[in-house]
Design a protein around this ligand. Structure first.
Ligand code: ADP
Ligand code: MG
Length: 259
């Protein structure tokens, strides 16, 4: 079953076509990686999925229903969560508070929550707390729950971003370069973490530059270049695709020098 889908999606910024008639379908339980050189349109596609940009053409579907034109919070409530390429934590809040805020802002509002009988309101709060704590535990940050986000080492901040997405209970996750800035050991642990996320039955669309990570965790890989999908397939197939080598691997040195 296809949980997340882009159909012929085009996003333009003035004269720039950031995403050009892209089709992507992510099936239940899959880890799909979206790769391509800087400026290929990867993050823009995530922003389209999450309601930050509205595509000029095409459609976006979550659980088989169109989400095009919905507000970000509405899409989050339907079960799509993301992390950001540039870490976006509430730096002065604790790890636990970061997860709680994400949880509370993405779950469906209980109708007139404030007027609910006390016990029912408390039950909701207990569920939020349990979910936030479970997410921290899952990424290995349970003992850091009281630490301010800004006091955490960089690799832990990256994992806290993932915990925040998990705490919403979303079944579909978009991870935008989660290994960026991580050292090799942290990247290896991240690979295991993404595998465990898949084992919970969640579905993951991953933007990543680290090829070892992409090759290690992906069921399928989709390649964008200049907004166009230029290849799609199993990791080993895509890796050998001449168009991919030209567009992406061939420019790795350029990228390294401009990053
Ligand atoms: N808000 C924006 N306004 C104008 N141009 C943008 C905006 N966001 C992205 N772009 C442009 O769209 C293209 C794709 O960018 P992006 O999706 O960030 O690429 P990637 O994530 O693959 O590196 C780039 O040319 C970028 O400059
Ligand atoms: Mg990007």
């Amino acid at each position: 079953m296809t949980l997340l889908e882009a159909r012929q999606v085009t996003v333009r910024f003035g004269g720039v076509i950031a995403v050009n008639r892209v089709d992507i379908a992510v099936n239940e339980g899959e880890v799909v990686s979206l790769i391509g050189p800087n400026g290929a349109g990867k993050t823009t596609l995530f922003n389209a999925f999450t309601g930050i940009y509205r595509p000029q053409e095409g459609d976006l579907l979550l659980f088989g229903k169109s989400i095009k034109g919905l507000q970000p919070f509405q899409i989050a409530r339907r079960g799509l969560a993301r992390t950001f390429q540039n870490i976006r934590l509430f730096r002065d809040m604790s790890a636990l508070e970061n997860c709680l805020v994400a949880r509370q802002s993405s779950r469906p509002l209980r109708y007139l929550e404030g007027l609910l009988p006390y016990a029912a309101g408390r039950r909701g709060q207990r569920e939020d707390l349990a979910s936030a704590l479970a997410a921290l535990e899952f990424v290995g940050l349970a003992d850091r729950r009281g630490a301010k986000a800004r006091s955490l080492p960089y690799g832990e901040q990256r994992r806290l971003e993932i915990a925040r997405a998990l705490s919403t209970g979303a079944r579909v996750l978009l991870l935008d370069e989660p290994a960026a800035g991580m050292n090799p050991q942290e990247t290896k642990e991240l690979m295991a973490l993404i595998g465990r996320i898949r084992d919970t039955g969640r579905t993951v669309l991953l933007i990543e530059h680290d090829m070892r990570l992409v090759m290690g965790v992906s069921d399928r890989v989709v390649v964008l270049d200049h907004g166009l999908k230029i290849a799609e397939g199993k990791p080993q197939e895509v890796r050998r695709d001449p168009a991919v080598i030209r567009a992406y691997l061939g420019r790795r040195d350029d990228r390294a020098s401009t990053d």
